[in-house]
Design a protein around this ligand. Structure first.
Ligand SMILES: [Fe+2]
Ligand SMILES: [Fe+2]
Length: 346
């Protein structure tokens, strides 16, 4: 009997060697189910603005903008994610640009979004549409649209970049082109997309063509903030309090196919109920102070901080102060929804 078992094991070994040689694998040779549930490697974590800001400012000592060094950014690194992104689908960075500097024109397959933090006089030109950005503004650079930045103000400017580059990497479609000149030519008037699509409830009745057709590229803080204030007296989400999503005004859908952008207000004293989602998120604290509990761990945050919520992690938020807390977030909800995989659990 023992001899038979030894023979069988030897035969199986030989069989597996034949499988390997043929480029095959027999998953049933390992004990356990065929599809093994896997915990997320993405970690819940907090990045403090008190740590980030001085390091961002010092980065100018070590990095000169130009060809081959196109963006002065510091990425928010999640130790659970390979290749230094903030969650497995979202890359987040803080970008710094000095007065007079130009971040040369390029385009890439990842979709990108920027949310302005500090400073005045910087612009992003997207396909010739010059968007002059102020703190709290949101500017989109959809996949493969040419874009360059510059700072025409008198002080440094900082903003957040959010990209879906990890998704493009996974799909084996990461690509980038550099524009032949440092800057693209700009349209005769600035803020073209805002002129076309910036009025709530109205859109041009004439068709537009081109890579940014039908899209609002620049969402102004005054408009966003006013919308939040108008909503605060209405009933709100038990999980997020007052939550608004930035959408494409032509389609009503998320601003980018992979990444949704959200702004929310946690009113003073609010403590939300806990829920979890199949999506992941990166939050930035625009104003106020409070805390979030993510999978049982409390993260206290204040103005300027960032925190990441992994997929399927229980999370709840609280505003501990007397002023409203405002959170901006990138969430991969549209990607999960497109795949039929977006779920929530209360
Ligand atoms: Fe870019
Ligand atoms: Fe949530």
């Amino acid at each position: 009997m023992a001899l038979q078992a030894t023979e069988r094991a030897r035969d199986l070994e030989a069989y597996q060697a034949d499988l390997r040689a043929a480029g095959l694998d027999a998953p049933w040779a390992e004990p356990g189910p065929l599809i093994r549930p896997k915990a997320s490697a993405v970690q819940a974590r907090l990045w403090r603005w008190a740590d980030i800001e001085p390091l961002v400012r010092r980065s100018a000592e070590f990095m000169t903008l130009g060809r081959g060094a196109e963006r002065r950014v510091l990425r928010l690194d999640n130790p659970g994610v390979p290749e230094r992104t903030s969650t497995h689908t979202i890359s987040t960075a803080v970008q710094y640009i000095l007065p007079g500097e130009v971040a040369p024109a390029h385009r890439h397959t990842p979709n990108a979004v920027r949310f302005i933090l500090h400073g005045h006089g910087a612009y992003t030109t997207v396909e010739g549409d010059k968007c002059v950005m102020e703190p709290g503004d949101l500017v989109l650079t959809p996949s493969m649209t040419w874009h360059d930045h510059g700072n025409e103000g008198r002080a440094p400017v900082m903003w957040i970049d959010g990209l879906d580059s990890p998704v493009l990497r996974y799909l084996e479609n990461l690509a980038m082109d550099t524009y032949p000149e440092e800057r693209q030519p700009v349209a005769a008037v600035s803020g073209v997309s805002e002129r076309r699509y910036g009025a709530p409830g109205l859109r041009p009745a004439t068709a537009e063509s081109g890579p940014t057709a039908g899209q609002l590229l620049h969402y102004r803080w005054e408009v966003t903030h006013a919308a939040l204030l108008r909503q605060r007296e209405l009933s709100a989400s038990p999980y997020d309090d007052v939550l608004l999503e930035y959408v494409n005004p032509s389609t009503g859908r998320s601003v980018l196919p992979t990444l949704g952008c959200y702004i929310q207000m946690l009113r003073p004293g609010i403590r939300t109920r806990s829920h979890r989602e199949t999506s992941s998120a990166v939050y930035h604290v625009v104003a106020g102070a409070g805390h979030s509990v993510i999978d049982g761990v409390r993260f206290d945050w204040t103005h300027g901080d960032f925190f990441a919520v992994p997929p399927r992690a229980w999370h709840e938020h609280a505003n501990d102060g007397g002023d409203p807390a405002i959170l901006f977030s990138f969430q991969d909800v549209p990607l999960l929804t497109a795949l039929g995989l977006y779920r929530t659990e209360a």
